[in-house]
Write a new protein. Structure first.
Length: 282
């Protein structure tokens, strides 16, 4: 897969934009900023690839992961070249790393690949293990190597048995390592920002090994707009907003693991839905 095979394509959307000037101007300016963004993105993953490999070989997993987090910071800052910005609102809801309130599992709605770098950097103190589609496990500099070292868990979206087993094994791992998990329970990105169904099977598998989970919903806003014209160009001046919402604790729910996971995931989706609705009225 070529570097920019990461840039998933989708049909243009007719939904409103978050940019503060006319959409036509955003399109024109986007043709100026998009080449700079794509070039900087490609250079970043190419430059980091050998550095990450050397870091893992001579420094081990933690050194490699520190490099991954730094790379993700650089990747989302590439958006600045196209007038983009990142906005965070934690509502004072982000727990402290190392708190004993339960194993942290961050779940977010998924709108584009640009969701991922800010989340990895923001939650770096929690040592998140990303769950991602298996298609990225080969052919993408820096990114694919992270699958091989265990920093990303590959999910085959068309193979539910493999996906659930991968999540079960991840639960065993984090029960021993104390790492957190970051994943997108919709299973695929939204092309227009509307929420899909939040699947609870993965959470159920995690809870078999770590029943005392603290589920932390994160609402992602406006990331879908970057694919409005299939990345050719990227709209100029889009602000991506991330809201960390109140935690959902497994201890507050009754029933077996299946029922708890389902109810917790429904609560997470509802929380994200309300936040997006309050922000955008849709």
């Amino acid at each position: 897969m070529p570097i920019f095979g990461l840039l998933e394509k989708g049909p243009p959307s007719t939904r409103k934009t978050s940019v503060s000037f006319p959409l036509a101007l955003s399109w024109v300016l986007g043709w100026m900023g998009t080449p700079l963004y794509l070039l900087s993105f490609g250079i970043t993953v190419l430059v980091f690839d050998p550095l990450l490999r050397l870091g893992y070989r001579f420094g081990g997993y933690q050194v490699h992961q520190n490099g991954i987090r730094l790379m993700n910071r650089c990747l989302y800052q590439c958006l600045l070249l196209n007038g983009g910005r990142i906005s965070w609102n934690t509502h004072q809801n982000l727990p402290r790393p190392g708190s004993e309130s339960g194993t942290k599992v961050f779940v977010a709605n998924h709108q584009s690949l640009n969701d991922i770098p800010p989340l990895i950097w923001k939650f770096r103190a929690f040592q998140p293990v990303l769950v991602s589609k298996a298609e990225l496990a080969s052919g993408v500099p820096s990114v694919s190597y992270n699958f091989k070292t265990g920093g990303v868990i590959a999910i085959q979206r068309k193979n539910p048995s493999q996906s659930l087993e991968a999540m079960r094994q991840l639960g065993v791992r984090i029960a021993q390592s104390g790492e957190s998990v970051l994943y997108f329970p919709e299973g695929t990105r939204s092309r227009d920002g509307r929420l899909g169904t939040f699947k609870s099977g993965g959470l159920e598998q995690l809870m078999k090994s770590v029943p005392n989970i603290e589920l932390i919903p994160v609402a992602v806003h406006r990331s879908w707009e970057l694919a409005r014209w299939n990345f050719l160009p990227l709209p100029f001046g889009v602000t991506l907003r991330f809201d960390v919402l109140p935690s959902i604790h497994a201890s507050a729910y009754e029933g077996d693991t299946t029922l708890k996971a389902r109810d917790m995931m429904q609560a997470a989706r509802q929380s994200i839905h309300l936040q997006i609705q309050n922000q955008h009225g849709s």
